[in-house]
Design a protein around this ligand. Structure first.
Ligand code: C5P
Length: 291
């Protein structure tokens, strides 16, 4: 078995791209597959953590066993959902807590995608509707063994990990109707998205916060800049100038830089499967957190 470096820790992870609506049928997004974040979610569960995975865009990956998954689309939704998950107030976590207290309904913990959306989750709904619950921020999927849940809702998460490829810009306003091709040229007004990682990191100075970065040059310089600007504990960097790793690839290679508050040398993780890299990162996070 894997060393339990994250035993009893609660972890919130963002993964995948965000999707920014242009009109009801079109959107802006990117090629992030979500693989690294999903692999990390699985590795954290295996290392003993309770994991909430916020998947942006339309990530087409199975939910790792034991992970509570919440699907969102846009950066704005991802930020709201991440804030609620870190605070432990997201309806998905509250209702899982409630379910946990109903012993003979433990089998209800295996959810699948729900079709309907509701304005808010009524956590006092009758038992037979537990499998139907869904919330406005997105679909909730809990997969498999949830005996290690629930979270202690009075306490914020121990670790926040941002692997999501958040769109830098969104449309100022999504058109309510499909835009017709009547003009020869058209302009989209874009506005900057919030920085989810920086917002959460600054709101919870004592939480362990992990960022990712993809750089093509001056990797260390940019990594250290982001460590400081976003007040991170550590940052894992891909070298995206390499064509054999990253994005949709199953492999990755990373350099890990630590905040100056840890006297840690930079760690290089050699090219390996994303699962293997994720395991190593989970171990590094656990050891740094508890040192
Ligand atoms: O600034 P840059 O996009 O390179 O930062 C990368 C890190 O910040 C990643 O961990 C990414 O998930 C996070 N991020 C975020 N929200 C944004 C932009 C980046 O959480 N709007």
């Amino acid at each position: 078995t894997i060393p339990q470096h994250l035993f009893g820790k609660t972890v919130v992870i963002t993964a995948g791209p965000t999707v920014e609506a242009i009109d009801p049928v079109r959107y802006l997004s990117n090629h992030s597959s979500g693989k690294m974040g999903f692999a990390l979610a699985q590795a954290c569960v295996e290392a003993g953590a309770q994991v909430t995975l916020i998947a942006g865009g339309k990530v087409a990956l199975p939910t790792p066993l034991g992970v509570t998954r919440i699907d969102v689309l846009s950066a704005a939704q991802m930020l709201t959902t991440a804030q609620q998950c870190v605070a432990g107030t997201h309806p998905a976590l509250l209702s899982l807590t409630e379910n946990e207290q109903i012993d003979d309904h433990k089998h209800h913990h295996v959810h699948n995608h729900h079709e309907h959306e509701r304005a808010e989750c009524d956590c006092h709904e009758p038992d037979d509707q537990i499998e139907q619950q869904s919330v406005a921020s997105g679909d909730i999927t809990s997969n498999g063994n949830l005996d290690t849940l629930p979270l202690d809702n009075l306490r914020h998460a121990d670790i926040f990990i941002a692997t999501a490829a958040v769109a830098d810009y969104r449309t100022q306003e999504a058109a309510p109707q499909k835009i017709k091709k009547t003009q020869d040229a058209m302009t989209l007004n874009l506005v900057k998205n919030p920085d989810i990682l920086a917002t959460i990191s600054h709101a919870y100075p004592d939480m362990f916060v992990v960022g990712f970065a993809a750089e093509t040059q001056d990797v260390e310089h940019y990594a250290r800049g982001k460590l400081a600007a976003k007040d991170l504990d550590l940052i894992a960097c891909n070298d995206v100038s390499r064509s054999d790793i990253g994005f949709a690839s199953d492999d990755n290679a990373m350099q890990v830089f630590f905040s100056e508050r840890y006297a840690h040398d930079t760690v290089t993780l050699e090219k390996a499967s994303k699962d293997k890299i994720a395991e190593q990162l989970a171990t590094i996070i656990g050891k740094t957190l508890t040192q």
